[in-house]
Design a protein around this ligand. Structure first.
Ligand SMILES: [Zn+2]
Length: 135
């Protein structure tokens, strides 16, 4: 018999501010969490945020793709829950933070995706298979 899937990377599974909230609400909440900046470039940034309620940590990777042929630039944000030891490991890498490691962690977890494409914003929970677009 299968064991119930334990979500070991989450501090609590139903934090009203981050893990259980609707994706848009989670994204808005994230903007107010305190964070550690690892990379901050004009088209690429990486931060580790901490939920102000449950102290769950989230790594947030933001990429802007310039559309040279006119039209809107596209923005991609990937927000992945990480354990404290994982957060410390990523923070210790500072601006060398490994996107391979982030993708590896995101293969089997729920993560939040926010896209801004063609003038439309889309925010949704994704199930595993995290890919980071790098510019
Ligand atoms: Zn939380």
């Amino acid at each position: 018999m299968d064991e119930p899937k334990k979500i070991h990377y989450l501090k609590i599974e139903d934090c009203s501010r981050c893990t259980g909230a609707d994706p848009k609400q989670m994204y808005e909440a994230l903007l107010n969490f305190s964070g550690v900046e690892l990379i901050f470039e004009s088209h690429f940034s990486v931060h580790v945020f901490m939920c102000s309620d449950c102290t769950q940590r989230w790594i947030c990777v933001w990429t802007e793709i310039i559309e040279w042929e006119g039209g809107h630039d596209s923005l991609y944000t990937s927000i992945l829950p990480v354990t404290d030891p994982e957060a410390e490991e990523l923070i210790a890498q500072r601006n060398e933070v490994s996107m391979n490691k982030v993708e590896e962690l995101g293969q089997s977890r729920r993560w939040l995706q926010r896209d801004y494409c063609n003038g439309e914003i889309r925010v949704r929970w994704m199930d595993g298979d995290l890919r980071i677009l790098e510019v």
